[in-house]
Design a protein around this ligand. Structure first.
Ligand code: C2E
Ligand code: CA
Ligand code: CA
Length: 275
């Protein structure tokens, strides 16, 4: 079967069973691989943590998350992905600690379906215990979507996660479904400003005003403010000068597999020490 037809096959709604079979096979074959993108403290230039971004390294090439995560959500298979997500990312965090980067946090993306899974807390606890990771070193990113209703915001999983000390981030802030209630009620730790805002920052003066306002809003709610998708030194400089706390983007680093992340962090650390 050719690449295109196998993909069409996999994503056709009627072929749900095949989707499940292929997904499980890929999972067992270790075809799902996390890439890690560093988050930088804009004041000190230090890497504070990494965000885990999944890739499907299929025999036909690398498939980006937007091409299979929605399918996993639709079929409910995403809940089978969750134990793998926490196990793998926290295992990798332990490896980073062993390599000498012992203050980093791990940030993972969770969809609403994963958030509402009754076994979520047990899954998280098991992985934290297994790799001896403090809950404070785990962040969970949730995106504001139209599915993020009151029931989701008030879901007991979120309460319990916060009680355990796990940190919550609001992902893609400003990307469309923004609601100030959400900002207020989620009791998050960090606000990640959507990369569209950063990319259009210098298009017109009003955009700079909006950005300053979002940063100020985040700070006044006691949140750490992160800008996503920084691609140029001008963007980085502007954000630093305008008190944005954390930056992420190709300007600093693309998402990297663990085997490339460790040497990257090492080189960066050496450069910092020589400054
Ligand atoms: P996201 O959480 O907003 O992740 C940021 C996306 O922006 C990543 O795309 C990253 O590679 C890309 N990016 C980072 N810096 C730059 C930049 O400077 N410029 C540009 N143009 N892009 C940049 P990616 O890895 O394709 O992930 C897409 C989305 O898939 C993520 O968006 C997230 O919502 C979702 N996703 C990824 N991994 C997972 C996962 O494990 N679970 C779930 N539920 N969703 C995931
Ligand atoms: Ca994210
Ligand atoms: Ca994002």
């Amino acid at each position: 079967m050719g690449f295109l037809s196998s993909i069409q096959h996999l994503f056709a709604d009627k072929k749900r069973i095949l989707g499940a079979t292929d997904f499980r096979r890929a999972l067992n074959n270790n075809e799902f691989v996390f890439y890690y993108q560093p988050e930088w403290d804009l004041k000190t230039g230090r890497v504070m943590g990494v965000e885990a971004l999944i890739r499907w390294e299929s025999p036909n090439g690398i498939i980006p998350p937007m091409e299979f995560i929605p399918m996993l959500e639709k079929t409910g298979l995403i809940n089978e992905f969750t134990p793998f997500l926490f196990n793998q990312t926290l295992k990798d965090l332990r490896e980073l600690y062993q390599a000498g980067f012992d203050n980093l946090f791990m940030s993972v993306n969770l969809s609403i379906i994963q958030l509402k899974d009754p076994s979520l807390l047990d899954t998280i606890r098991q992985s934290l215990d297994k790799y001896a990771i403090l809950p404070e070193k785990l962040e969970c990113e949730v995106t504001e979507t139209k599915h993020m209703d009151r029931a989701a915001i008030e879901h007991q999983n979120l309460h319990q996660m916060r009680d355990m000390g796990i940190r919550l981030s609001i992902d893609d802030f400003g990307s469309g479904h923004a609601s100030f209630n959400y900002l207020k009620d989620l009791d998050a730790h960090k606000l990640k400003i959507d990369r569209d805002f950063i990319q259009s920052l210098f298009d017109k003066p009003a955009n700079e005003t909006i950005m300053r306002t979002i940063i100020g809003l985040g700070h006044s709610l006691g949140l750490i403010v992160l800008a996503e998708g920084i691609e140029t030194s001008e963007q980085e400089k502007w954000l630093r000068e305008n008190e944005c706390d954390v930056g992420q983007g190709f300007w600093f680093s693309r998402p990297l597999p663990l085997t490339m992340l460790i040497p990257f962090l090492r080189t960066h650390q050496e450069k910092q020490q020589n400054q």
